[in-house]
Write a protein that binds this ligand. Sequence first.
Ligand code: NI
Length: 147
Amino acid sequence: MALRNIVKIGDEVLRKKCRTQLTFDEKLHTILDDMAETMYAAEGVGLAAPQVGILRRFCVVDVGDGLIELVNPVIVKREGYQIGDEGCLSLPGEYGKVKRPYSVTVRAQDRNGNNIEISAEGFKAKAFCHEIDHLDGILYIDKVIKE
Ligand code: NI
């Protein structure tokens, strides 16, 4: 495993729409391993592929209850809402209030291409939404609520 550089705001790679991940091979596994290591080293709770310069649809999340890898994730259900501070490893030291669903259900694939479905609420739902937004070139600052 190896640490990867985290792309910072201003780099166009963060603003592109990512393409579907079609292969579930050793190369993907290595990138996912590196992304998890990079996320933990940076003390983040999520990291999306474009943040390490890869324009493919996958991300890693760990809000403290275990690592989750989402390949080609799609939010298929949203309920309620929450408003809370959000930050991003690509915008170090900055925070803003964002409105998110309170709970979500995500369909995705795991690293081997198996279909998975995960429901989450609260902080974990927020993290899923934030990371999946990255795959469409959307940053939390695009959604910040002015106080
Ligand atoms: Ni982020």
